[in-house]
Design a protein around this ligand. Sequence first.
Ligand code: HGY
Ligand code: MN
Ligand code: MN
Length: 419
Amino acid sequence: MTVSTISIDSAFFRQAFSELAQIGRDPSGRGYQRLAWSEAEREAHRWFRDRAGQLGLEVFTDAAGNSFAELASPESGPALAIGSHLDTVPFGGAYDGGYGVVGALAAAEAIQRSGLKLSRPLRVCAFTDEEGPRFGTGLLGSKALAGALDMDLVRRAQDREGTPLKDAMARFGLDLEDLPSAARVRPTFLGYLELHIEQGPRLEQSHIRTAAVTAITGIRQVSLHFVGKTNHAGTTPKPDRRNALRAAAETIARFSPWVDAQEELVANPGQITVHPNAANVVPGEVRLDWDVRSPDPNRLQAAVEYLITVAEDVSRPFHISVDSQIFHDVPPCPMHPDWIELVASAAERLNLSCDRLVSWAGHDAGVLGRVMPAAMIFIPSRAGVSHAPEEYSTDEAMLDGVRLLAQTAADLLTREAES
Ligand code: HGY
Ligand code: MN
Ligand code: MN
């Protein structure tokens, strides 16, 4: 389809993005605290539904706390879903997730204004709890939609203070037991397109304006629980010390250099709790959480197995026990080859340079792409920084992405309705 019919209202996009950017700022000015199941994140969902309602889109929510806005079509075929997530990591940036949601709203606005005859509805999705830092329930919103939740795991989820996810959801009128009712795949959706910042340096370094994502990495988050013996830091004879923090430190010291030497693998020791966490006490208990990633399922499996072996090997001489729990497990997900070509073709017609990249960040598209066709569009991140207050993309880059999303969506929405 020719590209002239779709024009993005850049003022609408900038205004909406600046409004969302006001929600959930950390009081220190250091980034965002729009964590899932916080007042700020729920406010962001209310903002989204209000903004979409002002466009005349039909807005609704589901049992998982996701928000949706639908541009109806005369045909009732499976909807095209576009969107991203509204929650952030602690002290996160304004662009991860939020950009994709606002971009999807601006794309829907442009398509609505174009007067194109749509062969199917367009559903803008704002997912909750993509990041998962509080309850370890990353991608919960899109997993609920995909019918891919492990309800036993979700029922056991609690934060570091021991608050169950069930209680956090109940504060916002949601019942955890209703989560399975949020599943909507076939025949509700044709597929899913997600616009997102790259969160890495490759596009900026190569001076390429956009990318079509070829595959999304698998992620396995592993909690290692070291149990030694709490004791006095001065009087305990060295041979009797059962220092759980030392075993955790030795694990990092041995596993991380091994990861550095591997291809297509990253592993991050990102979260630790030490009990009782006092300098003059030999810590008897440590929980060390790892985030291990690879687009290759076999590498991912082998790396997690080796991590557990290393933890056991370094703990044994100290008579420290260690057990492991995988609390987040998302397999790698290839994007749909035809939809990758659709993005690339739209980019060509828009005279936008477009690379093809593996995503080392996890995304809602990595969940939905297992149950329906999916594709992702990246724009450059300044210095590749993300999950930090310094996260930034230029207005020009953001509008490139919105234009490419809108064009790709319009191509899909005007294709003859298939069965
Ligand atoms: O962790 C990730 O890769 C994503 O940003 N949630
Ligand atoms: Mn993120
Ligand atoms: Mn994200």
